[in-house]
Ligand binder design. Structure first.
Ligand code: FNR
Length: 379
């Protein structure tokens, strides 16, 4: 209503939120290096495309005369109250896109009452992002380091800074083959703000001969093997449980058997995700993986979803296929590129307004009313 009324008064929204046009204008603003950091996928880009195609293959079947004039989008996930079933996905090194990076995202999330998930690869420290987020709701995403002291240090800082849920990303124990990453260097865009985590971490710094400010190449040489080439197993999740007393969510699950293993490991949630098509080129579309997983384990733990969500209709489809909530990735980062905190707010509010209207016009009053019956699927 607000947008329509402002439009009648001749006031247009600050920039387009049509998904394709938004990506196009972000490309113009960012230039090729930062743009491809965000937009790029693994290998040929087959999974980035498959994620979108899987949404396109499914259609909502609207229902009539059901009085959906009043809607309630709110939900609670793992003890976190949410005004809508949407979280901001962990996205690393946001200073590549805007100098305020994660601080802007944290402020926008707090304004909207949404939960942000802070990446281990954040450009700003755990503590600074928490301060920017204030009374807002925040979860912490872990790239699980091989050094237990660094791991415990990061976890305790996150806990002390008010991050409620630990999201452990499983699918990025090595960065994928990403041709776009080889086409241009992001370093010029990172310099000046720096990657604060874990370079700011006392346990990480203790292992360096010189601080990263004086010798960045050596710090990077220590960081890369510590956060990649992992030897982790399902059994080792007990280490994280010992050092994190809140809920734990595993991000990057695509196979039903892995979802069952997550139940056996005693975690509280999973994110069905293929990292926005940035890891395994040719991987199954995340939306295609969702229904089987939700059916198998949805009663035992919280099933969240991401990869390819662009519109309100996409969110309706993911919820109908069994997700409790979705993580939004690239769209809010394009918002960040357009105007920091205000840009993130504008994109996310638009997606939420779209969700609210689409849900209502399809004849549903709340996400809880959605199930597979709401969808038609092209063979
Ligand atoms: C990511 N993603 C990600 N995930 C994570 O667990 N830790 C991270 O640091 C990052 N960093 C990151 C950077 C960029 C530029 C992108 C686009 C994505 C993956 C992210 O959390 C999420 O899974 C996807 O973005 C979801 O797909 P869509 O919505 O971007 O299609």
């Amino acid at each position: 209503n607000e947008i329509y009324l402002q439009g009648l008064g001749g006031q247009l929204p600050p920039f387009t939120t049509d998904p394709d046009a938004l990506e196009g204008s972000a490309r113009g603003r960012l230039g090729p290096g930062p743009f491809w950091y965000v937009a790029g996928g693994a290998g040929s880009g087959a999974t980035v495309r498959a994620n979108r195609e899987a949404f396109d293959r499914r259609r909502i079947v609207p229902r009539m005369l059901r009085d959906a004039t009043t809607r309630h989008l709110g939900t609670t996930v793992l003890g976190t109250e949410m005004p809508a079933p949407v979280l901001l996905a962990p996205v690393g090194v946001q200073s590549i896109v805007h100098p305020d990076g994660e601080l802007a995202t944290a402020r926008a999330a707090a304004e909207l009452g949404l939960t942000m998930i802070l990446s281990t690869a954040s450009s700003h420290t755990i503590e600074d992002v928490a301060a920017a987020n204030g009374d807002g709701s925040r979860w912490y995403q872990l790239y699980w380091p091989n050094d237990p002291d660094v791991c415990v240090s990061i976890l305790s800082r996150a806990k002390e800074s008010g991050y409620r849920v630990l999201v452990v990303t499983l699918d990025t124990w090595s960065l994928a083959w990403r041709p776009h990453d080889l086409d241009q260097s992001y370093l010029p865009f990172i310099r000046g703000t720096g990657v604060a985590i874990p370079f700011s971490d006392p346990a990480f710094r203790a292992g360096l001969a010189k601080p990263p400010e004086e010798d960045m190449p050596s710090a990077i040489l220590r960081w890369v093997p510590m956060f990649t080439g992992t030897d982790k197993s399902w059994a080792q999740l007990s280490f994280l449980r010992e050092h994190w007393d809140g809920p734990i969510v595993l991000k990057g699950v695509q196979h039903v058997d892995d979802a069952r293993k997550a139940v056996d490991a005693g975690v509280q949630g999973i994110v069905v995700s293929n990292h926005g098509g940035r890891q395994v080129d040719g991987a199954i579309a995340s939306l295609d993986a969702l229904p089987g997983i939700a059916e198998a384990v949805g009663e035992q733990l919280e099933v969240l979803f991401d990869s390819g969500v662009r519109t309100g209709a996409d969110i309706v489809k993911a919820l109908a296929l069994g997700a409790r909530a979705v993580l939004l990735g690239r769209p809010y980062v394009y918002g960040l590129a357009h105007g920091g905190q205000g840009g993130v707010r504008h994109v996310v509010r638009s997606v939420l307004a779209d969700l609210d209207l689409t849900l209502g016009l399809a004849g549903f009053r709340s996400p809880a009313e959605l199930n597979r019956d709401a969808l038609w699927e092209r063979a």
